[in-house]
Write a protein that binds this ligand. Structure first.
Ligand SMILES: [Zn+2]
Length: 466
């Protein structure tokens, strides 16, 4: 049996290399794969049960028709940076900069465990899916003693919601007594972190093109991790064939920290321990000088741009137009919910447009460039650009269908601007790997009020553990 979905009559932004759009187009999905996309009505073979080449199908075709009129069809959005567990710690340290915010939250985070992380992930992923996200990148780096299988909890939550997940096995091994920022009780030994990283990859990483779950290694940041752990993590990740992720150049405090401690900028320091390359992506990259941008570009190092979080913590505005001009792959991220209480990836598109214009000018961040970052840019940063990120024949069917004819958007002359400049539209449909996850702005896979109740209880429990 072939499950075929035909979407017709939508404005389609394919985000293919030519930026092709169809004002009244169709998309055909067979199972988990896009088999046709174009302008006008769907081809006859799609509706009468034949194969794309017009020949009869050996298997029975079960057809679902979706009315795309009044709707915008885009690739599913890809989140390149998050800390899902922080869904339980929203609203703390509301007016603090990064280092003060971190020192307020570390003692709470140090009580996290696998069960609480799984509930947090359900809440965060529910909101992500409802904002168009089909691939959730996460960065988890807090592993208190006896916390259980946290990466397993994140993977289980993604399975329940029905989204792809790129989890990370992160780490911190530089406690306050050794000159780091986190308290000693929140860090692991270097050896334990490396052992657990290899175990997480063995347990959960799927290298296949169709993968719903991948795992990367992700020491937390230059001020919470030793040079030894950074160096050995890079070697281990390359042995295992997985990617590397960390925070880089987020704040001026971090810049001062590496200059004082190593006599290097954060980028020079990270490069010195093997951390630039096409298999590396870094969150934030707010304070990059021209030399650092050139090094990112020549090494193919990716960036996760998190505009709302950078604003919430007053960290600054990343030089995104300059990064894109230089050819650096840039994706979008919501960052952890403790520094972005919204957690909606769809909203980051508009935030990226507005914030980058404040620094670089209105013509330097077109809305469609921000949509590219949220889709193809993210797929590139996560190493999935061959199979995800655009609506093209042969790609996997991760798609978002946005309702743009309600009172919020009716009359707006450009449907794409509904997503890039206006309030985030509701979702008519979200498909991940061809499977429906959201319809009529409601999750199909979990009971939303039940997730809300579980999140509230888990958040209370974590607060009371301190
Ligand atoms: Zn972060």
């Amino acid at each position: 049996m072939i499950a075929r979905t035909v979407i017709a009559g939508a404005h389609i932004a394919t985000v293919d290399p030519a930026g092709t759009e169809h004002a009244d187009g169709h998309l055909v999905i067979d199972g988990s794969e896009i088999v046709a996309v174009g302008g006008g009505a769907p081809p006859a073979w799609a509706l009468d049960g034949r194969a794309p080449d017009g020949s009869p199908c050996v298997e029975r075709v079960v057809l679902t028709r979706v009315d795309g009129r009044g709707r915008l069809l885009t690739p599913g959005l890809i989140n390149t940076h998050h800390h899902l567990y922080q869904w339980l710690t929203r609203g703390y340290a509301q007016d603090s900069i990064l280092f003060d915010w971190l020192t307020t939250l570390y003692p709470i985070w140090a009580r996290i465990d696998a069960d609480l992380t799984q509930v947090a992930s359900l809440g965060a992923m529910a909101v992500l899916a409802r904002s168009g996200c089909t691939l959730v990148g996460d960065h988890h780096y807090v592993f208190p003693r006896g916390c259980g299988d946290i990466v397993g909890g994140i993977v289980a939550a993604a399975g329940e919601i029905g989204v792809r997940v790129h989890a990370t096995r992160g780490s911190m091994d530089l406690g306050a007594s050794d000159g780091g920022l986190p308290p000693d009780f929140a860090v692991e030994s270097t050896e334990a972190a490396l052992r657990a990283s290899a175990e997480a990859v063995a347990a959960h990483h799927d290298p296949s093109r169709e993968a719903m779950v991948q795992v990367a290694l992700a020491p937390c940041s230059p001020f919470s991790v030793t040079a030894d752990l950074l160096r050995q993590s890079a070697v281990l990740a390359r042995e295992l064939g997985v990617r590397l992720h960390t925070h880089g150049s987020e704040t001026l405090d971090e810049d001062a920290y590496t200059r004082e401690r190593f006599g290097l900028t954060p980028t020079q320091y990270l490069e010195s321990v093997g951390w630039l390359g096409p298999d590396v992506w870094m969150a934030h990259c707010v304070h990059l000088d021209a030399e650092a941008i050139a090094r990112f570009a020549s090494t193919g190092t990716g960036v996760a741009h998190c505009p709302t979080s950078n604003a919430r913590l007053g960290s600054g505005i990343a030089p995104v137009p300059q990064l894109l001009d230089a050819g650096v792959p840039v994706g979008l991220g919501v960052d952890g919910a403790a520094s972005n209480e919204s957690g909606k990836l769809g909203e980051e598109i508009r935030a990226a447009v507005l914030m980058n214009r404040l620094r670089a000018g209105a013509d330097r961040m077109p809305g469609r460039k921000a949509l590219w970052m949220a889709t193809m840019g993210g797929a590139t940063v996560l190493g999935r650009d061959r199979e995800l990120g655009s609506l093209e024949v042969g790609k996997l069917a991760d798609v978002a269908l946005w309702q743009v004819d309600t009172v919020d958007h009716a009359g707006l002359i450009d449907p794409v601007a509904a997503l890039t400049l206006a309030a985030q539209p509701p979702l008519a449909l979200l498909l991940v790997h061809g499977r429906p996850v959201v319809a009529d702005d409601t999750l199909l896979t979990v009971d939303e009020p039940d997730v809300a109740r579980r999140v509230a209880a888990a958040s209370r429990e974590l607060a009371e553990r301190v």
